[in-house]
Design a binder for this molecule. Structure first.
Ligand code: ADP
Ligand code: 3PG
Ligand code: MG
Length: 397
């Protein structure tokens, strides 16, 4: 997959460059909880500044639904960037209108301007050509540095590319290169570990990787759907009824490539004082699960999964193995996190991604171990489904 990047732009001097970033970060009382997405955009911003361009940053934050809502303002992000970029960041309270136009007019080469949340306008999520056109009028060149929103056909990702020459930022290019390595020309055995909660968002990834990979290991609440398909009793555990049939057909089709847990840790309640009991999966037909729910994979599964990790030459992990936010339910996730990261640091090419999955890596302070850590959630999953994302298509050479 070959995309046009900003390194190919010949003349940036005095050019107004509209950079679509993904500064959709979690905020708590105005404090940014995780700055990785912002930090990773700095390379592209400083490159553009060094080449004497005028940088105009646009992003969304949260889901304000086309309304101006203060809690979704990008102002705290502008403050953070101001402290990081060694250049003052000018902030304007709207991404369109006379104030934004004036600020762009006054902007000098080597300066940074940041505009307010794109999703304060309805046109953004509607991929409205008029909204995109108005945005494009602010600049000469468009740069997409927001891989994690590339699965959304929104105005600042898709429609805008009809009106401006479009290029990828360094971080977007890096995401594409690394995720592409998971789908093309990879070394075998190739192993995927998929966990977390919503099978509806992950079943197509499981399907696609079952076609390409040697093994797909399923853990977390995702595995529950397969247990139900196998007519096992999972008590109060969460699963998605509408997906059980598909889970069953994958089990039948997968011919031993789809690997499920051998045992689980269960508890009566999702809280830190709840006692943990271990059950073998084979026993789930006979034990009384009525008051229990599965909260983690069990110790036999940890070792079983490790044996696949150990032999892999390509490995991708997305989704925790249990309710890892609670210390006593985090054993399986921490174990897999350690093993995958260490193996990726060592002989295998390994990628980790997903919001909660990265939080697990972060907690163990081993985020630098895998070959690549994607900051994307939904976009990474859809990329791994084998789709050409609406944000990537216009950047292809
Ligand atoms: P990611 O953001 O990394 O893709 P997900 O959003 O799919 O991951 O899933 C993360 C969530 O899954 C975590 O909050 C965790 O508590 C939950 N989870 C994992 N296993 C279970 C389980 N067995 N029961 C309930 N929730 C689970
Ligand atoms: C993300 O955080 O995954 C992206 O910024 C996309 O956000 P969205 O799910 O609100 O469209
Ligand atoms: Mg998540």
């Amino acid at each position: 997959m070959n995309i046009r990047t900003i390194a190919q732009i010949k003349n940036l001097k005095n050019k107004a460059v509209l950079v679509r970033v993904d500064y959709n970060v979690a905020l708590k009382k105005g404090k940014i909880m995780e700055t990785e997405r912002i930090d990773r955009s700095l390379k592209t911003i400083s490159y553009l500044l060094k080449k004497k361009a005028k940088v105009i940053l646009i992003s969304h934050l949260g889901n304000p639904g086309g309304k101006v809502l203060n809690e979704f303002s990008l102002k705290p992000v502008a403050h953070y960037l101001d402290s990081k970029s060694h250049k003052p960041v000018i902030f304007i309270e709207d991404c369109l209108g006379t104030k934004a136009q004036d600020a762009v007019r006054k902007l000098k080469s080597g300066q940074i301007l940041m505009l307010e949340n794109l999703r304060f306008h309805e046109g953004e999520e509607k991929n409205d050509p008029k909204f995109a056109r108005n945005l494009s009028d602010l600049a000469d060149i468009y740069v997409n540095e927001a891989f994690s929103v590339c699965h959304r056909a929104h105005a600042s990702i898709s429609a805008i590319t009809k009106y401006l020459p479009a290029y990828a930022g360094f971080n977007l290019a890096n995401e594409v290169i690394n995720l592409n390595k998971l789908l093309k020309g990879f070394k075998r055995p190739a192993v995927a570990i998929i966990g977390g909660v919503k099978i509806s968002t992950k079943i197509k990834v499981i399907e696609n990787l079952l076609r390409r990979y040697d093994y797909v290991l399923v853990g977390g609440a995702l595995a529950n759907n397969f247990f139900v398909a196998k007519k096992l009793n999972i008590g109060k555990s969460i699963f998605e009824k509408e997906y059980v049939k598909l889970a069953n057909s994958l089990l039948l089709k997968s011919k031993g490539k789809l690997i499920l847990p051998l045992d689980v840790r269960v508890a009566k309640k999702i809280n830190k004082t709840s006692e943990i009991i271990k059950f073998n999966i084979a026993d789930l037909v006979k034990v009384n699960m009525k008051n229990y729910q599965i909260v983690d994979i069990g110790p036999k599964t940890e070792n079983y999964f490790e044996s696949f990790i150990h032999q892999s030459k390509t490995i991708v992990w997305n989704g925790p193995m249990g309710v890892f936010e609670i210390e006593s339910f985090s054993h399986g996730t921490n174990f897999i996190c350690q093993k995958v990261s260490a193996h990726a640091k060592g002989p295998a090419f390994g990628v980790v991604g997903g919001g909660e999955t990265i939080a697990a890596l972060d907690k163990l302070k081993i985020k630098s171990w895998p070959d690549f850590v994607s900051t994307a959630g939904g976009a990474m999953l859809e990329f791994l489904e084998g789709k050409i994302l609406p944000g990537i298509k216009p950047l292809l050479k």
